[in-house]
Design a protein around this ligand. Structure first.
Ligand code: ZN
Length: 464
């Protein structure tokens, strides 16, 4: 079996939205044939594991360059590989410079050369670059991110309603997409100390702030015909708004995150800032409704919103939820965390897989990721659904060892990950089966969006 060409065989392979037995031929890192299992040499996935396409995470903050001490491309992409993720799309903020110009994108791309997996990039839409998004679009970003409330860093400003409409008009003309952090600043408590009680923090960012901001996005999408995406939805009561907007033909997608589906406000201890993120983790009843949104097919993607900082910043104010950095580091544990909760709710793995693969790929417009098919790059992950995974924050691969999942015992573990046919991660090689092993040099590629021609004002709905 020579390096770039081999077969891989599994009893349960996730192909076209279903598990089936398959043998896949890989040549030069590309899938060239998919057929029923047959004799002959092959990498064989054990029967108690499933073979999945490499997962896609379209919402990751890698803070390199500029804040590499928060997170860098090497550590982030190691964490991704260990979590079965072979493609990430990097957010335009928290690195310096923020990705708001074509020059800044070039600096980002140079920093990302040390990645172990494939990396694409979002651009930023901020007050300073409105009207001048085209060079960044032409340079190959997958779309533009904006905030409707303060972003948390001074160099990445937020848009008011008029600016939101202007940004939508501009991305519609470019044939791009606007992805939105949707909280209405008028309904948020002012910045500052809130104390160590999680309830005070939760009350400072009420569900109405999400509902109001989402209504503004829907309004702007209706007016401009732009393609828009709601980032990290926490408030489940916003889902009917989105369902109704889609029913009228607007091209809107929405994501949520593992922490909203697995953690509830009632369980967050005083001062435990590792659970702080914006919008906040809400109550158990809200979590149930988010799961209903998954079952109803309203939610398109589950993505990490991996947004680390240094431990000092997470502990700023001695556990004051108003002063600590907001962001959860979940890149490595997403599928295991969500599967643990789904399994508890008797929801099958099949229901989740589109949300970790084709869903986020579609959100970002990635054409080659998240799917096992002939002609696609040979990105795979082998996942043992009944494996037990005990999370120790100090052993996760991201840079700063702090995690909202620390101490949790999860079900389901990524065993091996392949990128373009190269096995880049294997948990079983570490002797006791605990120490993850990585092979080889960084092998990731930097992805560039094919810049689409401007779209006419028509809707291309692809609900599946
Ligand atoms: Zn984010």
């Amino acid at each position: 079996m020579d390096a770039g060409s081999f077969d891989i065989r599994a009893v349960r392979t996730w192909i076209d939205g279903a598990f089936r037995p398959a043998q896949i031929r890989i040549e030069n890192g590309v899938i060239v044939d998919i057929g029923p299992p047959h004799r002959g040499r092959a990498v064989t996935v054990p029967d108690d594991a499933v073979l999945l396409p490499g997962l896609v995470d379209s919402h990751v903050h890698v803070n390199e360059p500029g804040r590499t001490e928060w997170e860098g491309f090497r550590s982030a992409t190691l964490a991704a590989a260990a979590g079965g993720v072979t493609t990430i799309v990097d957010m335009p903020l928290n690195s310096l410079p923020p990705t708001t110009t074509a020059e800044a994108l070039e600096i980002k791309r140079a920093a990302a050369a040390s990645s172990y997996i494939d990396v694409g990039f979002w651009g930023g839409a901020v007050p300073e670059n409105l009207g001048a998004l085209k060079p960044l679009h032409d340079a190959g970003v997958y779309g533009f991110k904006c905030f409707l409330s303060p972003s948390g860093v001074d160099e990445f400003g937020h848009l008011d309603t008029a600016q939101l409409n202007a940004a939508m008009e501009e991305v519609a003309a470019l044939g791009s997409r606007l992805i939105v952090h949707a909280e209405d600043p008028a309904l948020l408590a002012p910045d500052g100390a809130l104390g160590r009680d999680y309830a005070a923090f939760l009350a400072s960012r009420p569900p109405e702030s999400e509902q109001s901001a989402i209504a503004a996005v829907i309004d702007a999408a209706r007016r401009t015909g732009a393609r828009a995406h709601i980032l990290h939805l926490s408030d489940a009561r916003s889902l009917p708004l989105l369902a109704a907007a889609r029913a009228e033909g607007l091209d809107l997608t929405v994501e949520t995150c593992p922490h909203y589906l697995t953690i509830v406000a009632e369980e967050i201890p005083d001062g435990a800032a590792e659970f702080k993120c914006c919008p906040p983790i809400r109550e158990a009843g809200n979590r149930d409704l988010l799961w209903q949104g998954i079952l109803d097919g309203v939610i398109d993607a589950i993505v990490s919103d991996h947004s680390p900082s240094t431990i000092d910043l997470k502990r700023a104010g001695g556990g004051d939820f108003g002063l600590a950095w907001g962001g959860i580091s979940g890149l490595q544990v997403g599928l295991s965390a969500v599967w643990t909760e789904a399994r508890h709710r008797r929801i099958p793995l099949e229901t989740l897989l589109p949300l970790f693969t084709t869903g986020p790929a579609r959100v970002a417009g990635l054409t080659d990721a998240g799917r096992i098919r002939v002609g696609a790059p040979a990105h795979f992950t082998a996942f043992g659904p009944e494996d037990v995974l005990r999370i120790d924050a100090r052993r996760l691969m991201h840079r700063n060892p702090i995690s909202a999942y620390d101490g949790r015992e999860l079900r389901g573990r990524v065993r091996r990950t392949w990128l373009r046919g190269d096995q880049i991660f294997d948990v079983t090689e570490g002797g006791a089966g605990e120490a993850p092993r990585f092979r080889g040099l960084p092998a990731g590629r930097l992805l560039t969006a094919a810049t689409a021609a401007p779209r006419p004002h028509e809707q291309e709905l692809h609900r599946g």
